[in-house]
Design a protein around this ligand. Structure first.
Ligand code: SAM
Ligand code: SF4
Length: 298
């Protein structure tokens, strides 16, 4: 694939992405999504990730409670009453969707009862190749893969270890294995007809000069869209400042040489519900207990 991939995703996958608020700028203000917080654990260790169960923080990796796969359809039924514009049932953690079986079990149930919904999952990609066929079979049409580096020397500064086949792999070897798995997973999932978006966390001083290369290699593997998300400084990377607007603009420009860039991400919680572009979240009405109502990242 040698040409510049900057055609808007709407032009290439219009029927699907136009109705997905996290893949389409147009859809972001019109359609809703529910994030089902069913996946508690993770199989890699990103240095910026701090998962938590609470009602007050507005960021990825946070939910008010863990939901069991058998409870998701009741939640969707309630969500559809609150937000009839709902087109997407997504799973984005709080941990990794493929590290435990819960997400695929949940999608199986959703697909049976609500086949008209777009099932969508977010993953670090370590197990994407292995599970790609089952992912497609349970109605997942869109996958977001977080790729923060395609050079081991950069990736090892972001991810300290991975757990694979019962083994803990550290440092450079972990980075090499993760990058290989992510690109192979993207290739396989896209060959099965799944639309792939890349999430890249922009980390000043670590991957800021590397964003174009991430976009190039993931495009060549089959990705259709990229979303550059600013680091929320926390955990082992709490000493790094969040990128400013100029750094974010430069990174988006570098990525745009190879892939269309999604610019509306609100870095939502793992239990978000509603139309993201409306600025109003419905999760507090969904879970009976109060959950933070507005977004903090615009
Ligand atoms: C919590 S993860 C869950 C899904 C999956 N495990 C993954 O990594 O894609 C959802 C998204 O939040 C992002 N994220 C987590 N912590 C972050 C932080 N401190 N700053 C910016 N993005 C963050 C991840 O990189 C990922 O794109
Ligand atoms: S893969 Fe996702 S859930 Fe796992 S540590 Fe990284 S950001 Fe957190």
């Amino acid at each position: 694939m040698g040409s510049c991939g900057s055609a808007l995703p709407e032009e290439r996958f219009g029927h699907l992405v136009r109705k997905h608020p996290c893949f389409s700028g147009e859809g972001h203000f019109k359609f809703g999504r529910i994030h089902l917080p069913v996946s508690p654990a993770c199989n890699i260790r990103c240095k910026f990730c701090k998962r938590s169960f609470n009602k007050s923080e507005h960021r990825p990796g946070v939910a008010s409670e863990l939901v069991k796969p058998e409870a998701v359809n009741a939640l969707i039924e309630k969500a559809l009453r609150l937000c009839p514009e709902l087109t997407v049932a997504g799973i984005a953690g709080p941990g990794d969707t493929l590290a435990t079986p819960h997400a695929l079990e949940a999608f199986e149930q959703v697909h049976e009862r609500y086949p008209e919904l777009i099932n969508c999952l977010s993953t670090n990609g370590l197990l994407l190749e292995q599970h790609a066929e089952r992912i497609a079979n349970v109605g997942v049409q869109t996958v977001t893969v977080t790729v923060n580096g395609v050079e081991p020397a950069i990736q090892e500064q972001i991810c300290s270890s991975i757990a694979l086949d019962g083994k803990l792999i550290m440092g450079r070897a972990a980075a090499e294995t993760l990058i290989r798995a992510q690109l192979a997973g993207i290739r396989k999932a896209s060959a099965l007809g799944i639309t792939i978006k890349i999430n890249t966390v922009l980390i000043p001083g670590i991957n800021e000069g590397h964003i174009g290369e991430i976009a190039r290699q993931t495009r060549d593997a089959g990705a259709s869209l990229i979303n550059i998300i600013p680091l929320i400084p926390q955990h082992e990377l709490s000493h790094i400042e969040a990128p400013d607007c100029f750094q974010l603009g430069d990174a988006r420009e570098a990525a745009e040489q190879y892939l269309p860039v999604f610019r509306h991400c609100q870095q939502c919680r793992a239990d978000a519900c509603g139309i993201p572009g409306s600025g109003r979240d419905l999760a507090s009405q969904l879970y009976d207990k109060p959950v933070a109502e507005t977004f903090s990242h615009g």
